[in-house]
Design a binder for this molecule. Structure first.
Ligand code: FAD
Length: 362
């Protein structure tokens, strides 16, 4: 009913890999029924951000989807199904997961604002309020695409779009496409688009390709660097910025096609293209911004978790850096070092054990 908040111990916000992992561990810890915990997910169906990925991203082109705890991916999606779209396979897996463990997922429920209220949290949503003692936030990044600002953007008469809006390269046939960005998404979309039309690749820093394999050791080193940043309260960096781009057969083929020559960032945008500081112009019909995402945390703004300095990061603590130093009753999973399917998994477990210990003590 309006005005009455549903009381629960813990609210998990977000139903992607990170939220589901946390929910699994809450259930294992014995939190039962809606008075124990609820998971609120804004999406209308299971799958987290995976249900929105572009159609050409298949199980053979994703980096890797790690198993959630307790139910192997291969129990739901056969290992041979590599041609299946990620946006179909992962939601199928997550739906089976929610059913198997009977997780208390409520959707579609969007959390709009979280405030402190008499020693508890008031969690406002588009479907009524919840009152909780602890929070596990797992809202990912998909809903917060980042596009840097360049002079003249509003003048451009062509089409500008972000990775998030990309569906198929065919839409660009016959048009010159400037692909901006030095991450894995930029590389994957450049690969697809350059097979149907002409492209120019533009990156802020010269792209660095990884020498040697991306093995477990390299993964740990990359995660440790991102973890160190968030423990110091700096905004998280993308993992690629610390590992370099993987050299795959697709990358070799792009190099052979001559599409991998990256140009430095342009300085401004004109009506029909882009312009560099030395005055050189390039005609463009499309600017595809593969410039990444930021953590979707706006609903937590009233909690004032960010540092007041210009960088505006959040000081993180705890075993896997999921706990907010300013308020230990708040955990962020899938943030910083845990922004991967494997990281989100481990973070869910650590967050649950630390949050329950904090709530028991307090
Ligand atoms: P998400 O999957 O984004 O889930 C967040 C959920 O929270 C969504 O369901 C959303 O609806 C919900 N939500 C958001 N805001 C609210 C709100 N206010 N109220 C309620 N619910 C809300 N990682 C890998 O390990 N392997 C890969 O191959 C890989 N490929 C990637 C490809 C792309 C293009 C991108 C962008 C990322 C990729 N990643 C990959 C990283 C990936 O995002 C993470 O691994 C992981 O899927 C993120 O899970 P999550 O649970 O943190 O977030």
């Amino acid at each position: 009913p309006p005005g009455v908040a549903l009381k629960t111990d813990i609210v998990v916000i977000g139903g992607g890999q990170a939220g589901l992992s946390a929910a699994y561990h809450l259930k294992r810890a014995g939190l039962e029924g809606r008075t124990g915990f609820v998971l609120l997910d804004a999406a209308s169906a299971p799958g987290g951000a995976w249900q929105f990925r572009w159609p050409t991203l298949t199980l053979s082109t994703v980096n890797r989807i790690h198993d959630l705890p307790g139910l192997p991916f291969s129990d739901v999606v056969a290992p041979g199904e590599t041609h299946v779209q990620a946006r179909v396979a992962v939601p199928r897996y997550f739906a089976a997961y929610e059913r198997t463990f009977d997780l208390p997922v409520l959707r579609p429920v969007r959390v709009t604002l979280v405030t402190r209220h008499g020693g508890r949290f008031k969690v406002e949503t588009d479907r009524g309020d919840f009152s909780a003692r602890g929070l596990i936030n797992a809202t990912g990044t998909w809903e917060t695409p980042y596009i840097p600002t360049y002079p003249g953007m509003e003048r451009f008469r062509g089409q500008q779009l972000h990775t998030r809006d990309y569906h198929s390269a065919q839409a660009f046939a016959g048009r010159h496409v400037v692909v901006v960005g030095g991450g894995i998404s930029a590389l994957q979309l450049l690969d697809e688009v350059s097979q149907v039309t002409t492209t120019t690749w533009v990156t802020r820093r010269p792209p660095v390709f990884r020498e040697g394999p991306f093995d477990a050791q390299a993964g740990h080193a990359a995660v440790a660097l991102v973890e160190d940043r968030v423990r110091r309260g700096l905004p998280p960096a993308s993992v690629v910025s610390v590992t370099g781009l993987p050299v795959t057969p697709a990358v070799d083929a792009m190099r052979a096609r001559g599409v991998l020559r990256a140009r430095p960032m342009f300085s401004d945008i004109v009506e029909d293209g882009v312009r560099w500081a030395d005055g050189t112009r390039l005609h463009a019909d499309v600017i595809l911004w593969c410039t990444g995402f930021r953590s979707s945390l706006d609903h937590l703004a009233p909690l004032m978790l960010r540092e007041p300095d210009a960088a505006g990061g959040i000081v993180m603590t705890g075993r896997l850096a999921t706990q907010v130093a300013k308020d230990p009753r708040v955990h962020l999973v899938g943030y910083g070092p845990s922004a991967s399917t494997i990281g989100a998994n481990r973070a869910g477990r650590a967050a649950v054990s630390e949050l329950l210990a904090t709530l028991r003590a307090g």
